[in-house]
Design a protein around this ligand. Structure first.
Ligand code: BES
Ligand code: ZN
Ligand code: ZN
Length: 490
């Protein structure tokens, strides 16, 4: 449970107080806390540098069992992400100690030069996102998450921030849900099962839900999606979630998420080292589904539709072959130059179906689309490819705010010739091995019609190699907070 309250620390008891500090400045208004922080910074093992921490037990002057000081480095460079990280590290100290309640002290807005709303939001986000213990399948019980996260608000200012805790809970709750799905092993989320699981959550949020099964997909001519699914005994599904506002919608936004529950590469089999993370190839669908579920709770004045093609890319006697030509839902024929470029095939069908069915004003795809994008931008930054400058800017700005970082990439028209096929309308594989993230986006652009559209390649940031301040190792839930913020910017 996340909440903001005010407390007189000299009189009211708290179990664990977490205090972010800077190495070169006092950043707190509370005099008792400031004095304690000064003492803490005199300790040999703690100077308030980034990543340092120290715990005082039953300190004089404050009614706390323990105070955990979290170093954030120099004040001049301090931003919202440092606050998220500090709160996240605080939560991790408590989880290690098997404690259950945390009380976060916000630094002074004047001293750190940020608004109190931003400070409280960042602290709560970091704490909420860090309070995520990996669900395991061991006999031995895993750690329990904290039961209470409190952010302290200066007396008299509670009302101003009364809506923040709910907002952070809904936003970050979506991230945790997406992480959980991404971390699930592939054998536990075949398309039919994952579809039901999404709908179970969506029903609770009162979204309109539709699942197209294999038969419906055949009838509606999803030729590319069915071709990718042909090699697996677990047949594909298309999940549609719809949020309709009570009043007239300002716009219709469609979000499309790649949901490859396991990407073996197909007949163009991936090498062993690349296979072990491929259960996470549905992170786009997870982010879109979770964003829709959060949207239903935030109630914006937009119509938001999530479209998630779910499929398993496997090899068998029935599998799609390199060189095959398939007729996509749009009617365009596609030569399959490489069965491992399956994401663009399933997205193409989902996109043309969405354009025809929902006539969106804006469409955004989210996908673990190319290894090339990880090569270009590394593991923490997503690539944005768009035919609309305003939309790509909205995504980049949302990325700065949420620290789910996005970088705008080019889509040069002349590169389209790299996707030429002798026999079909287009090839799913580029004729060169360079610029693979760009050619993937150019392929998709052929199925976006003339709608303002963006492709978000999250191949890098969808997964977290090792745990960091507010995210355990594994699925990161990247995209959920970004999409929710973006919806407010378009
Ligand atoms: N799912 C992969 C992309 C990927 C790679 C995501 C690494 C996360 C980490 C995608 O389906 C794929 O295999 N893409 C190929 C495309 C190529 C065959 C044109 C790639 O990136 O190598
Ligand atoms: Zn692939
Ligand atoms: Zn893939």
């Amino acid at each position: 449970m996340l909440k903001t309250i005010s407390k007189d620390l000299t009189k009211e008891h708290v179990e664990t107080l977490v205090v972010p500090v800077c190495e070169d400045a006092d950043i707190h208004d509370d005099r008792q806390v400031a004095a304690l922080a000064k003492t803490a910074k005199k300790m040999a093992e703690f100077r308030g540098e980034r990543k340092q921490k120290i715990t005082f037990y039953s300190p004089v002057g404050i009614q706390a069992d323990r105070v955990v000081f979290i170093g954030m480095g120099k004040k001049a460079a301090l931003d919202r992400e440092d606050l998220r990280a500090a709160a996240g590290r605080g939560v991790r100290v408590l989880l290690e100690g098997r404690l259950s309640r945390i009380c976060l002290l916000a630094p002074s807005e004047k001293k750190v030069g940020l608004g109190l709303g931003d400070i409280l939001t960042s602290l709560m986000e970091g704490a909420f996102l860090a309070n995520d213990v990996l669900g395991t399948y061991k006999k031995e019980k895993h750690k329990q998450p904290l039961t209470e996260i409190v952010a302290l608000v200066p007396a008299g200012r509670e009302k101003e921030f009364s809506a923040l805790a709910k907002q952070v809970t809904v936003n970050c709750g979506g991230t945790l849900l997406a992480r959980q799905w991404v971390n699930m092993p592939a054998n536990m989320k075949p398309p039919a099962v994952f579809a039901d699981e999404i709908v179970r959550h969506a029903d609770r949020a009162k979204l309109k839900t539709t699942i197209l099964d294999n038969k419906a997909l055949k009838q509606k001519k999803f030729g590319a999606l069915l071709a990718v699914g042909a090699g697996s005994a677990n047949k594909p599904r298309l999940v549609i979630l719809e949020y309709n506002p009570a009043k007239r919608a300002r716009k219709t936004v469609v979000l499309v998420g790649k949901g490859v529950v396991f990407d073996s590469g197909g007949i163009n089999l991936k090498p062993s080292a690349s296979l072990d993370t491929m259960k996470t190839d549905m992170a786009g669908a997870a982010a879109v589904a979770a964003a829709l579920i959060s949207t239903a709770r935030l109630k914006p004045d937009l119509r938001v539709v999530g479209v998630m093609p779910l499929v398993e890319n496997m090899l068998s006697g029935q599998a799609l072959r390199p060189g095959d030509i398939v007729t996509s839902h749009s009617g365009k024929t596609v030569e399959v130059g490489n069965t491992d470029a399956e994401g663009r095939l399933i997205l193409a069908d989902a996109m043309s179906y969405a354009v025809k069915t929902f006539k969106p004003d804006v469409m955004v795809d989210v996908a673990t689309l190319t290894g090339a994008c990880v090569m270009a931008l590394g593991e923490k930054i997503a690539g944005v490819f768009s035919n609309d400058a305003g939309l790509s800017q909205a995504l980049v700005l949302a990325g700065e705010k949420t620290f789910e970082r996005c970088w705008s990439m080019p889509m040069p028209d002349d590169y389209k010739s790299l996707l030429k096929s002798e026999l079909a309308d287009i090839n799913n594989m580029s004729s060169t091995r360079y610029g693979g993230a760009i050619t993937a986006a150019l392929f998709l652009s052929e199925f976006a019609g003339d709608i303002p559209w963006a492709q978000l390649d999250i191949s890098g940031p969808a997964r977290n190699g090792k745990a960091f301040d507010y995210c355990p190792g594994g699925g990161s839930g990247f995209g959920v907070r970004l999409l929710l913020d973006m919806l407010g910017k378009i």
